[in-house]
Design a protein around this ligand. Structure first.
Ligand code: FMN
Length: 321
């Protein structure tokens, strides 16, 4: 399937979907400072999207043109809802739709969704066919893992690549593995070789434990992937996709505080009272780290009770510089 994926310059970088982290606000901040080549939304439940609960999930599909190309990630159980959601997403102007077959959070997999689909290829097949039907010409990708309870990288990737995907994103862990276990990039390389043997046009993207642009290029070289997806590395360093030396660690304290002020201001403008103010606190460690007094400043930010107080704390830090 020809798509924007095949036109990207190799190796390309992708911002990973991260629930309650990579909303449109954080993506816009990343886009302003150092954009990746592709953005992903947080995952959105199709069964929620196609029900009375739509309002509760649809905010996850909010985006601006600065975040392009942008792929909407979906998950759920009912194939007919995947079809309707993919059609909806196409009409909203997204560049692609991705089916989550990798999330291993307990409350999700106990429903039979996401990574659990690795053990249920017949439902996975129905879901992919339905998504493609709804997507029309919009490219469809899958983000997955190398197995559920044990590794079955080649068997599972072969099954997925038989579905005419535009892209396959492989997180190099099985669902049962936590972040304590290193992502296995040798397994990801097997998917690249399989794709080449199968002569499909899907691009293969590796994911797991990458934290710099230099590592993106090195891993693409060593493991042959077309692109690399970064998740936690972007939460720790929103400048992770920068081409040069400028990273969050090289910013002055004033610049770090100003960057967080920008994030807080944009969050308030974007979400008003539709999102809890407290979600902003998870970004305190992102911006306010690696300098003398950071712990104390973070503590003050963590106890702030509203936008005004948080902005005042940041403002006084900026003025001090
Ligand atoms: C807070 C958090 C939320 C996540 N939410 C999603 C999600 O919505 N969809 C998804 O496919 N993966 C999700 N992931 C997994 C990441 O996309 C990524 O696959 C994983 O963190 C490994 O990449 P990394 O080592 O670069 O972080 C999430 C990870 C984190 C830490």
């Amino acid at each position: 399937m020809a798509s924007f994926w095949s036109n990207l310059k190799r190796p390309f970088s992708v911002l990973a979907p991260m629930e309650d982290v990579t909303d449109t606000v954080f993506r816009q901040i990343i886009a302003r400072y150092a954009p990746p080549d592709v953005f992903f939304t947080e995952f959105v439940n199709v069964d929620g999207m196609c029900s009375g609960g739509r309002e509760a999930v649809i905010h996850r599909l909010r985006y601006t043109d600065s975040e392009r190309p942008i792929v909407a990630q979906i998950w759920g159980l009912r194939p007919e809802n995947f079809e309707a959601a993919a059609r909806d997403i196409r009409e909203m102007g997204f560049d692609g739709v991705d089916v989550n077959m990798g999330c291993s959070v307990k409350k999700v997999i106990k429903t039979g969704a996401c990574a659990r689909l690795i053990e249920n290829p017949s439902l996975a097949d129905e879901i992919l066919r339905a998504t493609m039907q709804g997507a029309g010409l919009m490219p469809v990708s899958v983000k997955t893992r190398i197995g559920y309870a044990c590794r079955k990288t080649v068997e599972w990737a072969g099954f997925l690549l038989d579905h005419n995907l535009a892209a396959l994103i492989v997180h190099g862990r099985i669902a049962r593995e936590t972040y304590d276990v290193h992502a296995d990039w040798d397994e990801i390389r097997k998917v690249v070789s399989l794709r080449d043997r199968m002569k499909t046009s899907a691009v293969v993207i590796g994911n797991g434990d990458v934290t710099s642009g230099e590592q993106v290029r090195r891993y693409a070289d060593i493991y042959g992937v077309d692109g690399v997806m970064i998740g936690r590395g972007a939460l720790r360093n929103p400048l992770v996709f920068a081409a040069g030396e400028r990273q969050i660690t090289t910013l002055t304290v004033g610049e770090k505080a100003a960057m967080m002020r920008e994030h807080v201001t944009l969050h308030r403008e974007t979400w008003k009272d539709r999102k809890d103010f407290n979600v902003l606190k998870k970004y305190a460690r992102t911006y306010i780290s690696d300098f003398k007094g950071a712990t104390d400043l973070r503590r003050r930010l963590m106890t702030a009770t509203g936008y005004e107080e948080m902005l005042e704390i940041l403002e006084s830090q900026i003025k001090k510089q």
